[in-house]
Design a protein around this ligand. Structure first.
Ligand SMILES: Nc1ncnc2c1ncn2[C@@H]1O[C@H](COP(=O)(O)OP(=O)(O)O)[C@@H](O)[C@H]1O
Ligand SMILES: [Mg+2]
Length: 238
């Protein structure tokens, strides 16, 4: 089967700094895939390239059978690629409902469908439902992360790119994020998960790519890596 997302040998630059040196990876439909590596190796840049926020100077990105490298981010969002950045970017002064509605501002979604999508995410996220009229900025870090993921779900994406969703969260919130990834999986949404939390990544994903200095150095089934710490130690230093 052709993968949902295929990244082929992409290179990116920030000014003159060559950051990605030929990253290649694939994500199948509904598949959860992990992307691990030390700080500064290019994980976030890889997600930004897929989301259309950084344009590769070389290489191909194929989504759902069509080449997408170079398309603007808003078009990619419409095609079904949702991106949840590391800093979450929720709107602190808007209420939770208003934050979620920003994910609904698009053509072809009727009023009834919009309400259905809102109801659905509120059923998944009771914490957000209870506080729907509160400003986003009053939420804790973990709740803001939830809101950012919930907003991405409003796009009805085929894939969600998550950049370190559990960074800085307390253990209880980390397990909630883990559950949300499971919900996405049940819903058939593919996830490309960038993380520093190795156990969570190996638990949540089917396969993992390990990046070093802008290239994929290793690729394996998560089950295999769970049984063998040596590879993780080599690329993550833990
Ligand atoms: N906007 C930017 N301008 C210049 N260099 C950047 C920018 N963003 C990231 N970098 C550099 O690119 C490299 C990869 O960054 P990043 O993709 O954020 O790594 P990771 O997410 O794996 O920690 C790092 O060396 C970082 O300093
Ligand atoms: Mg990063």
């Amino acid at each position: 089967m052709t993968p949902l997302l295929k990244v082929e040998d992409i290179h990116t630059y920030y000014g003159k700094s060559h950051i990605l040196h030929g990253i290649s990876l694939e994500v199948g439909r509904g598949e959860v895939v992990g992307l691990l590596g030390r700080n500064g190796v290019g994980k976030s840049t890889t997600l930004k390239a897929i989301a259309g926020l950084v344009h590769p100077s070389a290489g191909q990105i194929v989504f759902d059978g069509r080449p997408i490298a170079g398309l603007p981010a808003y078009r990619l969002a419409r095609l079904g690629i949702a991106y949840v950045p590391e800093d979450r970017r929720i709107f602190p002064l808007l209420t939770i409902t208003e934050n979620l509605r920003t994910g609904l501002d698009r053509h072809g979604v009727g009023k009834a469908r919009k309400q259905e999508l809102l109801d659905k995410v509120y059923a998944y996220f009771p914490v957000l439902a209870e506080r729907r009229n509160q400003a986003g900025g009053t939420l804790s870090g973990g709740e803001q992360q939830m809101l950012a993921i919930a907003r991405a779900m409003m796009l009805e994406p085929q894939i969600i790119l998550l950049d370190e969703p559990t960074e800085g969260l307390m253990p209880r919130m980390v397990s909630q994020i883990r559950e949300i990834i499971e919900v996405l999986h049940q819903e058939g949404v593919a996830v490309l998960l960038v993380e520093q939390n190795v156990p969570l990544t190996l638990d949540a994903s089917e396969r993992v790519y390990l990046i070093e200095k802008g290239v994929v150095r290793h690729h394996a089934a998560s089950a295999e890596l769970r049984a063998d710490d040596a590879v993780i130690h080599q690329y993550m230093g833990v």
